[in-house]
Design a protein around this ligand. Structure first.
Ligand SMILES: CS(=O)(=O)NCc1cccc(-c2cn3c(Cl)cnc3c(Nc3ccc(N4CCOCC4)cc3)n2)c1
Length: 267
C-alpha cells in the first residue's frame, strides 16, 4: 500500500451518489486495479469546526473497523481542495432503495436475515466500544452478495463513558434519552435496532409524525406511543417490544437479541 495516496493513484468512474457532504464516485486504484468508492468532500463545503471534528472522528473510528457488515474504510487523503475517503464499493448500492423496490417492507424471513447482520455488526462495534447512533436504512448499503453494510459513521463516537451530545441521528429514530437530552450509551443502538426492525417489517417507522413535527414525534417517543399491526408475527412483535423500551438499561441486549426466536428461528 502506498504510504500516501493522491487522486492520481485513482481512475475515477461514474458518480454513485451524493451524501450530506460531498459526492461518492466509483474509482479504481491504478496499480492494483482494485475498485473502490471514493467519497470526495470539498473543503469549501466544510463550514463549521464541528463538521471538521465530525469528519475527523468518522475517519478515526471507521478506519479501524473490519467486519463483513460494516463498509470498509481503506484509507483517506486530502489535497488543497478536498478530503477523500477510500471506501469499500458496495455492489448493490443503497439499502433503502432496495427496501423501497420491495414495496417498502420485507417478509419476516428477509427482515430477520438483515437484522441478524446488523446485530452481528453491533456486537463487533460493542467489542470496539463504538456506538453508531444513527442506524437507519439511509445509512445502510448492500454488497454484491446481498450483504448488508453499515456505512456513514458521521455520528459514531467511542462509548467511553456516558455521553451527552447535542441533537444527532434522525428524528423518527431518536431514542428517548436523546429526546430528553439525557446521558446515553451503547444502548442507543439497541433502540435504533428496534426502530429498524419495525420499519423493515411494517414499511414505516413507529413514531412517524405528520409533516415532520418534532414536538409531536418527541411526545410519541417519550410516551412510547406506538402500535404493532396484528399482521406481524408474535416473535417479531415480541422482539421489537423488547428493544423499544424507554429505560436504556431495560432494553434486550445484543446477546439475547441473537438468541431471540425471531432471529434464531425466523418466520
Ligand atoms: C449518504 S450516501 O452518500 O451514502 N448516499 C448517497 C449515495 C447515493 C447513491 C449511491 C451511493 C453509494 C455509495 N456507495 C459507497 Cl460509500 C460504496 N458503494 C456505494 C454505492 N454503490 C452502488 C452500487 C450499485 C449501484 N447501482 C446498481 C445498478 O443500478 C443502478 C445503481 C449504485 C450504487 N452507492 C451513495
Amino acid at each position: 500500500m502506498a504510504e500516501y495516496w493522491t487522486l492520481d493513484d485513482f481512475e475515477i468512474g461514474r458518480l454513485l451518489g451524493r451524501g450530506k457532504f460531498g459526492q461518492v464516485w466509483l474509482a479504481r486504484e491504478r496499480k492494483s486495479g482494485f475498485v473502490v468508492a471514493l467519497k470526495i468532500i470539498p473543503i469549501k463545503e466544510i463550514q463549521s469546526a464541528e463538521t471538521v471534528r465530525q469528519i475527523r472522528r468518522e475517519i478515526e473510528i471507521h478506519s479501524n473497523l473490519k467486519h463483513d457488515n460494516i463498509l470498509r474504510m481503506y484509507g483517506h487523503f486530502y489535497d488543497r481542495d478536498s478530503i477523500y475517503l477510500i471506501l469499500e464499493y458496495a455492489g448493490k448500492g443503497e439499502f433503502f432503495r432496495f427496501l423501497s423496490e420491495k414495496g417498502g417492507r420485507f417478509s419476516e424471513e428477509e427482515a430477520a436475515a438483515y437484522i441478524r447482520q446488523v446485530i452481528s455488526a453491533l456486537v463487533y462495534m460493542r467489542e470496539h466500544s463504538v456506538i453508531h447512533r444513527d442506524i437507519k436504512p439511509e445509512n445502510l448499503l448492500l454488497g454484491c452478495d446481498d450483504q448488508l453494510k453499515i456505512a456513514d459513521f458521521g455520528w459514531a463516537v467511542h462509548n467511553a463513558d456516558k455521553r451527552r451530545m447535542t441533537f444527532c441521528g434522525t428524528m423518527e429514530y431518536l431514542a428517548p434519552e436523546m429526546v430528553n437530552n439525557e446521558m446515553h450509551n451503547g444502548s442507543i443502538d439497541l433502540w435504533c435496532l428496534g426502530i429498524l426492525t419495525y420499519e423493515f417489517l411494517i414499511g414505516k417507522t413507529p413514531f412517524e409524525s405528520k409533516n415532520r413535527n418534532m414536538r409531536e414525534a418527541y411526545k410519541k417517543i417519550s410516551s412510547l406511543k406506538y402500535s404493532i399491526p396484528e399482521t406481524v408475527g408474535s416473535n417479531a412483535s415480541d422482539f421489537i417490544s423488547r428493544l423499544l423500551v424507554l429505560n436504556p438499561g431495560d432494553r434486550m441486549d445484543l446477546g439475547d437479541a441473537l438468541r431471540h426466536p425471531f432471529i434464531s428461528r425466523p418466520g
